[in-house]
Ligand binder design. Structure first.
Ligand code: ADP
Ligand code: MG
Length: 727
């Protein structure tokens, strides 16, 4: 490729070298700039073994050192009964030495390794998994890269050696070589930060930052490179979000200020409980925003049971009072039906608009779900299109094209994490002018995540639960260590039922066959609804009313079971996670979650939120057959230990690794957060948000900084933008 100019935008092929094709294939990078965006995962310091004290078996250790001894030991392989070769190599680093063990099947490779690859006196970097064996730490078959030949000097090696995450067989050395070539060739690294911001933040320029992140001479260089590139990520993300906010502010919406003495006032008068302080102040905030000429975009988060529905209903009624309609989008049929029932119950005759006996201010509540019969559907569609229904509740069926509204003023999305951006947009598109949007979630989000990921939404939080809520005690049932506790669990269910209460039993599977395909060695089969329900009815819960509920049942069937359970006609409901979100049966007090290790932290918290809602204290039993010492078990213990949803969502995020939360591959592809941590870099994000907003005011179309415009566009066009708008 001699003579081809290598620029930031050039294809990776112009860099050349031996490995670029493999890298393109493994990572999907197209340009030199994208290639240079693959940062090292970490760095090894020459000669350091001091980390050893902090490491555990199975951790990756990398070290730089000199081969000081090398002994080949032939042995009899037990399985093949042939001679195999073990090579024990001792490597000395500056502060200690470590044994490396290589196993080779044939003499030829074994000899080559001993004499050519790792001769005594050679110097290299070694990286592999730690193993405690024969009373000492060892690395087995570590990857290695040797510097120079025998007799080369440790002193000639760089002090810090970058280690890249290996992706689809591309080793760290192959990345290093190719990136090194690119760094040597490219000389137009673009700046994306406004100079004033760079100065205010005291950041190095883009070109040295990129050089130092890949090839730092000192730790200080690495640190300042990281600081700069991390800020870039925050700035681009916040610019995307600031643009979105600006677009919303530039949009005109119909104000829905409500009226005095309307349906909302009537509703408040008959509310059987006092609103909590949180409900009241969030309600005022929402009320004000609905009255303005720009669309409200608000995220309402609050613990399960904190009473979000009432807040949403009051917002809907204000819109109805203003002559508009509200749509409530629910993630499941069960939840949509429940919302309809409970909203109609709360409204009483206020929901009988146009009917004999309806109150004067009354409206109507329509339900639109996939399972509706033809006649019911026709009626609901007509009420939505004609405006008789002030409130239209539904599932995805609401998004269908033939669903029309007379004047859609507010879209409420319940449990938003189940919906994508397009769906929210599809519903909003049914309004003449952009509607106001209220999104509710019970999965609490740490503040910085809310800022980054949910940055275009203003956030309100309900922190307190309404008075009179019972305590929920959570206990882990480790069936490996304590098999007898499971019997005790069923006994607790019987005791609760005997006092008039009801129980949920949650399984990870619908039918037992599902599990066979992925059956892992040594793991007992997962409990399945269709199998467990009859087993319980015939055994531990004999004599109780046991019913099942899962997503594959016909919708009418599901509704029937749910209604029977809500009415107290079913003692124990064996179900999948269809009950996870929003289901509200205050009389249910005990929940047994089987194979609890199969569920995420937030999911368990959601499930548990179904009990302890009616003033009775609740009991949640997390049954699991995993090893009592495993991290899965620790996770369950953490869930049992706190009911603080924010704390739990933090644990959840940490466990899932943030990269995955944002849907970004660790490999460092096209866009995304590689250095910025939405959990730890709160201050950076906050400063970048202010700076991005200020910059946008002076350069709204970003024409002043082409590279910023490009990065922003790339992020906006990428799938990650969906995550930024939340999924
Ligand atoms: P979530 O926030 O989980 O959606 P809900 O809106 O379903 O919670 O409310 C849970 C239950 O609490 C419902 O039965 C609701 O009627 C009741 N509730 C809501 N607000 C209050 C309040 N201020 N006082 C007493 N009960 C309330
Ligand atoms: Mg709810």
């Amino acid at each position: 490729m001699a003579g081809v100019e290598v620029r930031w935008d050039s294809p990776v092929a112009t860099v050349g070298g031996k490995h670029y094709k493999k890298i393109i294939k493994a990572t999907g990078v197209e340009t030199v700039g994208e290639l240079l965006g693959i940062y090292p995962r970490r760095y090894v310091r020459k000669g350091s073994l001091s980390e050893l004290e902090e490491l555990n078996e199975g951790d990756i250790l990398s070290l730089v050192g000199e081969v000081v001894s090398s002994i080949q030991k032939p042995y009899q392989d037990r399985r093949t009964r042939r001679t195999a070769y073990r090579l024990e190599v001792r490597v000395r680093a500056q502060d200690g030495s470590l044994l490396l063990t290589y196993f080779d099947k044939n003499q030829h490779t074994a000899d080559w390794r001993a004499t050519r690859e790792l001769p005594v006196g050679s110097v290299g970097v070694f990286s592999g998994r730690l193993k405690w064996f024969n009373n000492q730490w060892q690395l087995t078959n570590p990857a290695s890269r040797m510097y120079g030949g025998k007799g080369s000097d440790l002193a000639e090696m760089p002090d810090l050696i970058p280690l890249y995450a290996s992706v689809a067989g591309v080793t760290t050395w192959q990345f290093e070589d190719t990136i090194r070539l690119a760094l040597d060739l490219v000389d137009d690294v673009p700046e994306l930060l406004p100079p004033a911001v760079r100065q205010a933040e005291d950041l190095v320029a883009a070109a040295p930052a990129l050089r130092w992140i890949h090839r730092p001479d000192t730790w200080a260089q690495k640190v300042s490179a990281e600081k700069r590139l991390k800020y870039d990520e925050a700035f681009v993300t916040q610019t995307v979000l600031a643009r979105r906010r600006a677009a919303i502010e530039a949009t005109v919406a119909n104000p829905r200020p409500g009226v005095r003495g309307g349906i909302l006032d009537r509703f408040d008068e008959r509310l059987p409980f006092a609103l909590t302080d949180g409900q009241r102040s969030v309600g005022q905030e929402i009320s004000r925003e609905l009255g303005r000429g720009h669309p409200m975009h608000r995220l309402l988060q609050g613990e399960v049971g904190s009473g979000k529905t009432v807040v949403a209903l009051r917002a809907m009624l204000q819109v109805v009072d203003s002559g508009g309609q509200a749509a409530l989008l629910a993630p499941t049929e069960v939840l949509a039906q429940q919302h309809q029932r409970s909203i109609e119950a709360m409204l009483g005759d206020l929901a009988s608009g146009g009917l004999l006996g309806g109150a004067e201010e009354a409206t109507r509540v329509a339900l639109l779900t996939g399972s509706l019969g033809a006649a019911g559907r026709r009626q609901a569609l007509a009420e939505a299109a004609g405006g008789e229904a002030g409130i239209v509740i539904g599932t995805h069926a609401l998004l269908e094209e033939r669903v029309q509204f007379a004047d859609l003023g507010l879209v409420v999305v319940d449990e938003q994490h189940r919906f994508g951006v397009e769906q929210r947009a599809a519903l909003s598109a049914k309004a003449g002018a952009p509607p106001h949007v209220l999104v509710m979630t019970a999965t609490p989000i740490p503040r910085t995540v809310a800022m980054t990921v949910f940055g275009d939404l203003d956030t309100s939080t309900l922190t307190e639960l309404p008075a009179g809520r019972g305590e929920v005690q959570t206990t882990v049932v480790p069936v490996q260590a304590r098999p007898e506790w499971l019997e005790r669990a069923w006994q607790r269910v019987r005791e609760e039922v005997a006092t008039g209460r009801q129980a949920y039993v949650v399984c990870a599977r619908i039918d037992p066959d599902e599990d066979r395909a992925e059956q892992q060695e040594g793991r007992p089969p997962l409990h399945a609804v269709e199998e467990l329900a009859p087993e319980l009815a015939a055994g531990p819960l004999a004599g109780l009313g046991v019913e099942m509920l899962h997503g594959r049942m016909a919708p009418e069937e599901k509704d029937k079971v749910m209604q029977a359970f809500a009415a107290g006609h079913v003692d124990a409901l064996v179900s999948t996670t269809v009950i996870e979100v929003g289901v509200d049966v205050p009389n249910a007090t005990v929940m047994v979650i089987l194979d609890a290790d199969r569920f995420g932290v937030s999911q368990l918290h959601q499930l548990r939120g179904r009990i302890g809602r009616g003033g009775h204290s609740g009991l949640c039993l997390l049954v699991s057959a995993v090893d009592p010492t495993s991290t899965s078990m620790q996770r369950l213990v953490a869930v049992a230990g706190t009911r603080d949803g924010f704390e739990l969502s933090r644990i959840d995020l940490e466990q899932r690794r943030e990269g995955n939360v944002l849907g970004i591959e660790q490999s460092g592809g096209r866009s995304g957060l590689k250095l910025l941590s939405v959990l730890r870099d709160e201050d950076v994000i906050e400063r970048a948000r202010a700076a991005a907003t200020a910059h946008l005011a002076t350069d709204p179309d970003l024409s002043g900084i082409p590279e910023l415009a490009r990065s922003v566009r790339r992020l906006e066009e990428s799938e990650q933008a969906d995550y930024l708008e939340m999924t």
